[in-house]
Design a protein around this ligand. Sequence first.
Ligand code: ZN
Length: 331
Amino acid sequence: MLTRAVHTATLLNRDRKGADKSLESIIRHWKSEVICLSQMMLRSLRRMPPIAAFAALAALSYAPAQQKGKAQPPKSLRLYILDCGNITGVSAANFGFKEGELKDTEMITPCYLIAHPRGTLMWDVGEIPDGAFKGDGQPAKQGAFTVTKPLLPQLAALGYAPADITYLGLSHYHGDHVANANLFASSTWLVQEVERNAMFAPQDDKAKNAPNLSYFGNLKNSKTTIIKNTDHDVFGDGTVVIKFTPGHTPGHQSLFLRLAKTGPLVLSGDLYHYPEEMTLKRIPTIEFNQEQTAKSRASLEDFVKQQKAQLWIQHDAKRAKTLKKAPEFYE
Ligand SMILES: [Zn+2]
């Protein structure tokens, strides 16, 4: 897309006299490709001087939400695990552990694409925005976070663009789960009412883990399904169900999947970070409400038993080594 915009600039500069004509033909070409370019925008482009029109077209080239990918809906539910980085050097004490109780505090940060015959769901969208990559092939780093691959190219490799993402679900608002949320502002956002209220409440900038509007501010105007602090069946057939598991944040949620071959599975967001939180019964000190976390854990563990489901702790670095990564998938 960018190459095309640069080509446009070359055309416009090469022949200033013919620029208007070139612009007309370019606009016609773009009209066929850019689905949401409205008649009104086209009229504005015609009125602009060529250079301004180029700037507008270049800006459109950065509007990936407008472009559809080539992926076809799968026949049955699929789960893709994408690489959205890792977290190192965190303090075990923040997660309720005494010194030495955790051998390794590394966490991994997956993003997930769920493809259903009737639509798609992005579940968690990373810890560093794609825009922070310098394009020099080097990983992006922010404090304890390191990401080696931006998210959109990983989706594109599977044939998906943001315009193909029907629903956006975030386990919770912490920065390591929402960094690319603005890229999915044209999807329908599935959010718990209490979580959304907390995300857009006036913030104390110095507060630890405060919601970062720069990551998700555009969601304020997204088409939104506000879930009334309960479970939510995403596609209406029981195969993809958001579970209300508050405590880590006011409206933290987990995701239940019923996969045809893999079987029932729960992605538990940050209800746990390390398997040792389960075995040693530790609750992080960084919770919004530890009592709620304890209740949510008890009820999710009952659900998991009843469904005979696997429970995958999203940040679990040890398990991650054993899991299939995109382009492979679970079905
Ligand atoms: Zn997290």
